[in-house]
Design a protein around this ligand. Structure first.
Ligand SMILES: NC(=O)C1=CN([C@@H]2O[C@H](COP(=O)(O)OP(=O)(O)OC[C@H]3O[C@@H](n4cnc5c(N)ncnc54)[C@H](OP(=O)(O)O)[C@@H]3O)[C@@H](O)[C@H]2O)[C@@H](O)CC1
Ligand SMILES: [K+]
Length: 501
């Protein structure tokens, strides 16, 4: 797990590293600059004209160190210093002294300094870092706008200037194409509204104290491949189909049998011992023809879900994809929630039904997994003003229901009943298509049936689903990738995770 710390904690981590490594503050800055430059020189051609726009705090100090190093690498570098009211930090001063005549430095002192950077191919943003405490205004806002107006590639040092790491931002913010952040990812990076500012972001290691990071309290984590390898248990020689549970998927309706097939195929590829699928009568032949491994449970209704089968034999249930919201379906869902006591996976129309029938929410068994996309989440939790508030709502819902709430999207977030949130790194925009969610429901149902806990299931299922999309998009491309491909590439996704042993 990568721990996501807030800026106050990062400041303490900085100080702790300086005191206990020990390392001089200016030498730590030098390390940070070198890590940035190392990333930079591998990607940017040395003929490109570089502009570095610095503030006068430590982010600006980084900018000056980077300028010196890139000059030594042979890049044509120009430096601008935004001279507002921020006092020069000690390390800024030292790095300014270390630039001896070259590269060239100009001060930006008035708001009328416009069109400054137009001859630069690449602009490095080092105006504000994690020390930003309020929206940028005056000369700072002007410099940010001036940078955003150019055609240059913009690269932010640590965090785009103007973007707050832990709170909603307003005012002018650098629109970076890339952000190279020091060791700890910032919470804002995981939110959709930050993306136009961070662009693609990455972290570079600058040797901050590992034990201190491990001991820092946080409820926010970024999942890694290793975490998933630890969760997924390789199967043993004497295991048999009884060991791996019997999953039931309740999905599909007239014209929506595809949802049932996608969820069921994904469940089958995720390892449960047995899979039954409950479909309306019109789905019988479709199911039996498409998925011979699945057993059919047939509803009394021709076109939609109206009656739960007897549920005792099932280890878990995945319910929702394509079931619609007919009154009889609402009743049947209520019946499932009243009779089934083990955790289940709730998705799509089942979530929409819960959204308009809040009394049913109380009946959801503890440790179930809910998988809303943002629109479904809004129906369950109401509107939000910003991404931070949305995260708080997600945490609250998970804690109130004592369930795991998976909010789907880029960096799908997984909130657990005890207040933790895990962000998932896998997946790509090729998966933003109908049917992707049905596949996820299938994977989660398949894993839950095998006895993985709700938290393990959500972490592994969301990761494997995204990884199948990543492997699939390498072959099919993000335009052409479809949900069926996710099922097709799921075996490779599992193998990738298991082979990490
Ligand atoms: N963490 C690490 O381990 C390492 C960190 N390093 C680097 O240090 C950076 C953090 O440095 P930093 O603390 O000096 O912050 P930075 O953003 O440069 O300036 C803050 C100053 O700006 C001021 N200010 C704030 N908002 C403002 C506004 N809107 N308009 C005007 N002024 C505003 C603020 O004033 P205050 O809020 O105190 O009133 C303060 O004076 C970090 O991002 C990374 O690049 C690496 O070098 C080494 C390892
Ligand atoms: K910056």
């Amino acid at each position: 797990m990568v721990r996501i710390l807030n800026t106050k904690q990062i400041k303490a981590l900085d100080a702790h590293t300086i005191e206990h490594e020990p390392v001089k503050s200016i030498d730590l800055m030098e390390r940070a600059c070198r890590a940035f430059v190392n990333w930079f020189v591998q990607r940017i051609d040395a003929t490109k004209k570089i502009g570095i726009v610095c503030g006068t705090g430590n982010n600006g100090g980084d900018g000056l160190g980077i300028a010196r190093m890139l000059h030594d690498w042979g890049y044509p570098v120009k430096v601008w210093i935004v001279r507002g009211l921020v006092p020069e930090s000690a390390d800024f001063k030292t790095n300014l002294e270390r630039i001896k005549g070259e590269p060239e430095i100009a001060d930006i002192i008035t708001e009328s300094d416009k069109g400054l950077f137009t001859d630069r191919d690449v602009l490095i943003d080092a105006i504000f870092g994690s020390g930003l405490s309020r929206p940028a205004d005056g000369i700072y806002a002007q410099a940010i706008r001036c940078m955003n107006e150019t055609d240059a590639m913009r690269i932010a040092v640590d965090i785009p200037s103007g973007l707050l790491a832990d709170n909603p931002s307003s005012g002018d913010i650098i629109k970076a194409h890339y952000t190279v952040s020091f060791q700890i990812p910032k919470l804002a990076f995981f939110f959709p509204h930050s993306h136009p500012f961070t662009g693609e972001w990455t972290t570079v290691d600058i040797g901050l104290h590992k034990d201190f990071i491990r001991q820092s309290e946080t409820s926010h984590f970024l999942v890694t491949a290793k975490d998933i390898t630890r969760i997924i248990r390789p199967r043993k020689r004497f295991d048999h189909k009884g060991t791996f549970g019997h999953a039931l998927i309740i999905a599909g309706g007239y014209g929506k049998m595809g949802a049932a097939l996608l969820a069921s195929a994904a469940a089958l590829r995720s390892g449960p011992g047995l899979l039954s699928v409950h479909v309306p009568k019109s789905g019988y032949t479709i199911l039996q023809t498409a998925l011979p491994e699945a057993m059919a449970s047939i509803d009394t209704h021709e076109h939609f879900f109206t009656e739960a089968p007897s549920l005792e034999k099932y280890s878990t249930i995945g319910i929702g994809p394509g079931i619609g919201q007919e009154p009889a379906t609402v009743k049947a869902l209520a019946q499932v929630l009243a009779n089934f006591k083990a955790p289940l996976v709730i998705d799509a129309d089942a979530l929409n039904i819960l959204g308009v029938n809040p009394e049913l929410m109380k009946r959801i068994p503890e440790n179930s997994i809910l998988t809303p996309h943002p629109k479904e989440f809004e129906r369950l939790a109401g509107k939000w003003d910003n991404d931070f508030q949305r995260l708080e709502k997600q945490k609250r819902l998970a804690s109130e229901l004592k369930c795991v709430v998976v909010l789907k999207g880029a960096y799908s977030s997984i909130a657990t009943p005890d207040g933790k949130v895990y962000f998932n790194p896998t997946g790509n925009p090729g998966m933003a298509k109908g049917g992707s969610g049905d596949v996820l429901t299938g994977i989660l149902t398949g894993l839950l049936a095998q006895g993985y806990s709700a938290e393990e299931t959500a972490l592994a299922g969301v990761y494997l689903h995204g990884l199948a999309g990543d492997i699939g998009s390498r072959e099919k491309g993000t335009f052409s990738l479809i949900a069926t491909d996710l099922v097709e590439f799921l075996p490779q996704s599992f193998k990738t995770v298991l082979n990490k042993f």
